[in-house]
Design a protein around this ligand. Structure first.
Ligand code: PMV
Length: 317
């Protein structure tokens, strides 16, 4: 039986997380060496409209109709059925495997949504415009995260660095000179939905202060866009570290993330910050070249990171 496969990358937010939910710009990059894979095989003996789902990363092994109706995977199947005006989705076996740590700020939910939609579509012998995949993934992200800005599904769908403003702008950044990053996982699981809703509560209570911080982060992101476009590593690094300070003031960092940021800077990184919703998850450090990779990676592990990843942005990408 032929198997159909699809994939989608992880992502990191380089600038502007949280502020992006409040209309300020953010910059995100794909992490193409970490991926979610979806494999689909036909099951001619299966019951029409029912799929077998296996996702070892989240200990899932069940039929689709055993999931709650509002489960993101079940909703994704329904979205595809509605789009192609089918009576039901064919019986099949779907396996989802992922290199991306969950609840860690690297976009595992959006990556799963995009890979899953791509897999479901190609199994039908169809293809979809990227913009349609992005919209579908956004609908699924809303179930997972409540009030997402849409940056995760967008950078993951297009797999290019983006400058993003909610409901208005997607600029694909043509970056000068390669940029090299080490990402380090604090090992602390943190749910985007709950951190975003804590920030919302604080924003409502201390509106002036939070709006002021979001403005500062927005300015940093605008400056960072120029630094990236100009291939200016030093400025980009400084802006990352400045962005981290504001994230700390917002209350979304934690001791280990701060320690990993300080360690990266002491080890010679050009800049470092937490990435994603925070209070756990990952941080990202800009390093000056591939030669620095091993030394900084070892420093992060010695400082308490449970895993590290290396990624690079190539020129013109
Ligand atoms: O934690 P992540 O990787 O899902 O990133 C969330 C980014 C936020 O700005 C905090 C929320 C959003 O929807 O943009």
């Amino acid at each position: 039986m032929p198997a159909f496969s699809a994939s989608a990358p992880a992502k990191s937010i380089l600038f502007g997380e949280h502020a992006v939910v409040y209309g300020r710009p953010a910059i995100a990059i794909p992490i193409s060496n970490l991926k979610t894979h979806v494999y689909i095989t036909a099951n001619p003996k299966g019951k029409p409209g029912i799929q077998w789902l296996e996702a070892p990363n989240i200990q899932m092994k069940c039929f689709s109709n055993e999931l709650p109706e509002d489960h993101p995977l079940r909703v994704a199947i329904q979205i595809v059925v509605d789009f192609f005006q089918l009576d039901h989705y064919p019986a099949c076996e779907i396996k989802i495997s992922s290199d991306i740590p969950i609840a860690s700020g690297l976009g595992s939910s959006a990556s799963t949504a995009v890979a899953f939609i791509r897999g479901l579509t190609s199994f039908l012998g169809q293809s979809l415009e990227q913009s349609v995949i992005n919209q579908m993934a956004f609908q699924i992200e809303k179930i997972t995260h409540g009030n997402p800005s849409g940056i995760d599904n967008t950078v993951i769908t297009y797999e290019e660095p983006i400058f993003y403003i909610k409901d208005s702008t997607i600029d694909f950044l043509k970056i000068q000179n390669p940029f090299y990053f080490i990402i380090a996982d604090s090992g602390i699981k943190s749910l985007t939905k709950s951190v975003v809703s804590q920030v919302k509560k604080m924003w409502a209570q201390q509106n002036k202060k939070y709006e002021g911080i979001f403005d500062k982060i927005g300015k940093i992101t605008q400056d960072a866009k120029l630094a990236l476009l100009n291939g200016d590593h030093v400025t980009c690094g400084k802006l990352m570290t400045e962005n981290h300070k504001h994230l700390k003031t917002l209350g979304v960092s934690c001791d280990l993330l701060d320690h990993l940021v300080d360690t990266a800077l002491e080890a010679g990184a050009l800049g470092a910050k937490l990435c994603g919703s925070g209070q756990g998850g990952n941080m990202i450090a800009l390093i000056s070249g591939e030669g620095e990779k091993e030394r900084i990676r070892q420093s992060m592990l010695a400082a308490g990171a449970v895993a590290t990843y290396f990624t690079q942005l190539k020129s013109g990408k």
